[in-house]
Design a protein around this ligand. Structure first.
Ligand code: NAG
Ligand code: NAG
Ligand code: NAG
Ligand code: NAG
Ligand code: NAG
Ligand code: NAG
Ligand code: NAG
Ligand code: NAG
Ligand code: NAG
Length: 489
């Protein structure tokens, strides 16, 4: 053991290890941003400007007029989330019929969103709008940023990584070691309102999100657990920046070579790396589509939500339909209707807004939809309302006639469709984006990294290039160490 040769070999390994470690940390120090912050984040959180302090606020939370702040318990570890909470206007909890769970936007301003929802309910009740019931709860959870809301949350309250990881359903980073996600928070609120001992008359729960809250709601509408027995769950998704695609198809390519393209199909944008939810488990993207397409989802899209200057503008978001959120959300409508093989003439949207190139060769996933009585058509849960005269503004989108219908109307007949291209009602889908040879590819997953049909892979080379260069560097380090060793010992 103690022969000079052994010492020498031992020494060789120590030196090699030290050099390798030193060199690796040197590489990562050289580009801290890309290495330290990569996993388990998506490209939005990875590439967001670390100085983006949107929604920064350190003052005590204040409840708006009419609400109180309730610390709502989640999980078994004592974690809590503050919720702006109002009991029904009548204060007769046992008679309450409806609970609205409202998710704030990227500014994490739960109080504002509580007020927007409360105004929408009050005015609808005052004007005796059918379905608007004063016996309703309005609750708005607050998803803090760990960095930019320090001082606002207590030691057992949840806070999330920057920037806005909660929108993708991420795990909270505070209290340290917690494994609660923003999706778990939604589950917990929904389960609470489904408790018939507490709320015997409550039949409807509506999840409402706009912008960043629209993103969380959109993803939850696909991956969240089914509504508990005895309650009906509606999801109102307003103007999200992006959706999580079930397949590797995208309406646009991005050949910019931007480093964020690497994440074009990872979770937040697609299902790669998605690990499921606590109550819903981990299913295939096909199964998530099957949930999504059967649920009561209202997509509210502002016709004027076209600014290229805000929202997620990274490569994976661009691939979902360009820089305008409106175009991305209409592309999403095109996508889900084509997968489901409905008769919606979605090609007209693509023609109107020139989202070129459109989808190519979408598979036929219609077997998971309900059929019409004659067996000729399919029935899907999601509905699209395009709100004219509105931009990216929660109050405009939720406070107008269209928002009112989405919030309170029970019947399809009472639900307007809002804007459509002219000739819409007389046209049917031409299935120009369909590929019947891919019929019912139930096994297709968004999770494999094969690059799919290449319809949208922005930059497949980034990762390869990086690991190759690290390998080369290591080979160099080994050679260098050998040389040094021979001259020393
Ligand atoms: C670090 O990586 C990011 C993302 O890959 C890139 O945008 C940036 O230019 C890199 N910085 C340096 C100094 O290499
Ligand atoms: C899923 O789990 C894997 C392995 O723990 C991790 O690398 C990945 O980042 C997780 N995905 C998300 C979206 O958190
Ligand atoms: C979360 O952590 C708790 C302990 O605090 C543990 O019992 C539970 O299994 C964990 N859940 C998940 C989904 O990791
Ligand atoms: C329902 O609420 C009652 C009364 O607060 C409580 O005792 C019970 O544990 C709750 N049930 C569930 C399943 O949480
Ligand atoms: C899609 O698949 C279903 C069977 O699941 C089939 O009935 C239908 O004809 C196919 N094509 C279209 C365009 O619906
Ligand atoms: C819609 O956008 C156009 C051009 O950006 C602007 O001139 C107009 O005022 C906007 N209308 C509304 C209602 O936001
Ligand atoms: C309320 O729930 C019923 C099912 O019980 C459903 O038909 C109706 O559309 C829901 N109304 C709203 C406004 O969500
Ligand atoms: C299409 O029909 C609906 C009723 O189903 C109507 O509200 C809408 O105005 C019509 N749209 C067009 C563009 O004709
Ligand atoms: C739809 O087709 C897929 C693939 O063939 C199959 O796995 C799945 O069970 C089918 N679903 C239904 C509801 O028929």
């Amino acid at each position: 053991m103690s022969s000079p040769n052994h010492i020498r070999t031992y020494f060789t390994y120590v030196v090699l290890l030290c050099l390798a470690l030193g060199f690796l940390s040197c590489i990562s120090a050289h580009n801290t941003t890309s290495h330290r912050r990569l996993a388990p984040r998506d490209s939005f959180t990875t590439f967001s400007n670390p100085d983006n302090n949107e929604g920064e606020d350190h003052k005590n939370l204040e409840a708006p007029n009419g609400a109180r702040i309730k610390d709502f318990p989640i999980g078994d570890g004592g974690e809590q989330i503050p919720v702006f909470w109002s009991d029904p206007l009548t204060d007769q909890k046992a008679e309450a019929t409806h609970a609205f769970i409202v998710i704030h936007g990227r500014l994490r301003d739960g109080a504002n969103y509580w007020t927007i929802m409360n105004d929408a309910l009050q005015s609808a009740v005052d004007e005796e709008y059918p379905g608007a019931d004063r016996k309703s709860f309005i609750v708005a959870p607050q998803f803090f940023s760990e960095k930019y809301n320090k001082g606002q949350y207590s030691s057992n309250e949840l806070a999330f990584a920057d920037v806005n990881a909660w929108q993708a359903g991420d795990t909270a980073t505070h209290p340290s070691g917690t494994n609660i996600t923003s999706m778990d928070a939604l589950d917990a609120l929904i389960i609470a309102f489904s408790n018939k001992t507490e709320y015997p008359s409550l039949t409807n729960i509506t999840l409402v999100g706009h912008g960043g809250g629209g993103q969380l709601t959109a993803r939850y509408a696909a991956v969240g657990a089914d509504a508990p027995e005895g309650v009906h769950l509606r999801y109102i998704v307003g103007d999200p920046s992006t959706n999580a695609y079930f397949t590797q198809d995208r309406p646009m390519r991005d050949d910019s070579g931007d480093p964020s393209c690497e994440f074009w199909d990872t979770w937040r944008y697609g299902y790669k790396n998605f690990n499921g939810t606590r109550t819903g488990g981990n299913k295939s993207p096909f199964q998530y589509f099957s949930q999504y397409i059967s649920r009561d989802i209202v997509l509210l899209v502002a016709l004027n939500d076209t600014s290229p200057d805000n929202g997620d503008q990274y490569c994976p978001a661009q691939m979902q339909g360009g820089s305008a959120r409106r175009d991305r959300n209409l592309a999403w409508w095109t996508y889900i209707n084509t997968l489901a093989r409905t008769k919606e003439p979605v090609q007209m949207l693509q023609q109107t807004f020139n989202n070129s190139p459109a989808f190519v060769g979408l598979p036929n996933w219609s077997n998971v939809t309900k059929k019409t009585e004659d067996g000729e058509g399919v029935i899907v849960g999601p509905r699209l309302i395009v709100v004219e005269d509105a931009s990216h503004d929660a109050a405009e989108v939720l406070g107008g006639m269209e928002g009112r219908a989405a919030l309170f109307s029970s019947k399809s007949e009472d639900m307007p469709v809002g804007w459509r291209p002219s000739g819409w009602n007389e046209t049917e889908s031409d299935c120009s984006m369909c590929d019947e040879s891919k019929e019912n590819l139930g096994t297709e997953t968004g999770g494999d990294d094969s690059g799919g049909d290449g319809s949208g892979n922005g930059d497949g080379n980034g990762e390869l290039g990086r690991s190759a260069s690290i390998t080369m560097s290591l080979v160099g380090v080994v050679l260098l160490a050998e040389v040094m060793l021979h001259s020393f010992v």
